[in-house]
Design a protein around this ligand. Structure first.
Ligand code: GUN
Length: 278
């Protein structure tokens, strides 16, 4: 089975759109999302435009704040401070990666945890890993929603996550632990990557290596979630060799059209949640 992330994302957007429409009638207020984009890294520009377009479609008041590559850290911090205080801004997102002169940690720490729609602030990271209520990073949240569409109970399943990034691998591990999975996180220093992946009932690949996961890496009838978006010539491919794996897996996400649309749908969901919590 090929998991249709586009369809799932459209269902989420529909629900959000309806909720925002009734908020507008009841309270004459809608959520606001401010996205800070620094520089002109082409993929970031595409992602950010997509986030804005999707936000507007569901009724979120969205703005992109753009800076050139040579902006100072101080200026970004002062903009974040202003957005933190602005009652019309429910969510703040600083698109990564950042130019070298800007310290990512300082920027993430400056965003008010209640407006941290990415779920990157240490308060949200800590709450998630403690099993408390937290804003959850959009991509792993989207992955979990897709996995749960296939399998209602994940208890006791062996989940293997390839990649240990703060954006994907680590929060994904926390979410799957919360679902009572046995979780293994593998990475570039893992001794036998293939052997670990073969044990997975649920395999999440978030490593950024085109077509890394081959058919003989996966268990028959497993669930395969591909977070990778890699350029191969003029094609976009995932971290999983889709053609060779798709007939062995029980369910698999395609690239594009799998996790990508869910990431943006979950950003809208997080923005609405932030608005309500404020
Ligand atoms: N760059 C790539 N993915 C992301 C994301 O989910 N959030 C932010 N802020 N930057 C990114």
């Amino acid at each position: 089975m090929i998991i249709d992330g586009k369809k799932e994302a459209a269902l989420i957007r529909d629900k959000i759109k309806k909720e925002i429409a009734s908020l507008k009638i009841d309270r004459n207020k809608v959520p606001g999302l401010s996205v800070i984009l620094i520089g002109d890294f082409a993929p970031s520009l595409i992602y950010v435009k997509n986030k804005e377009k999707n936000s507007k479609e569901v009724g979120i008041n969205s703005e992109i704040i753009r800076y050139s590559d040579n902006i100072t850290e101080k200026e970004i911090l002062s903009k974040i401070e202003e957005l933190n205080k602005n009652e019309n801004v429910s969510g703040i997102l600083v698109q990564l990666p950042l130019p070298k002169q800007i310290n990512k940690e300082k920027i993430i720490n400056a965003i008010h945890p209640k407006k941290d729609v990415d779920g990157f602030h240490p308060i949200n990271v800590g709450n998630l890993s403690s099993g408390y209520k937290a804003i959850v990073p959009c991509t792993p949240l989207g992955c979990l929603l897709l996995i749960k569409k296939i399998e209602k109970s994940l208890s006791g399943k062996h989940a293997v996550i390839i990649g240990r990034s703060n954006l994907n691998g680590k929060p994904m591990a926390q979410l799957l632990l919360k679902e009572n999975c046995t979780v293994t996180v593998v990475h570039s220093k893992t001794k036998d990557l293939k052997l670990e992946c073969q044990k997975a009932d649920i395999l999440v690949a978030a490593v950024g290596v085109a077509n890394l996961v081959k058919s003989d890496w996966v268990k028959k009838d497993s669930i395969i979630i591909d977070v990778g978006i890699n350029k191969l010539g003029d094609r976009l491919v995932g971290d999983v060799d889709f053609e060779s794996v798709k007939d062995k897996a029980k369910a698999i996400t395609p690239v594009p059209g799998g996790v990508g649309p869910m990431t943006i749908a979950c950003l809208l969901k997080n923005t609405l949640e932030c608005f309500k919590a404020q």
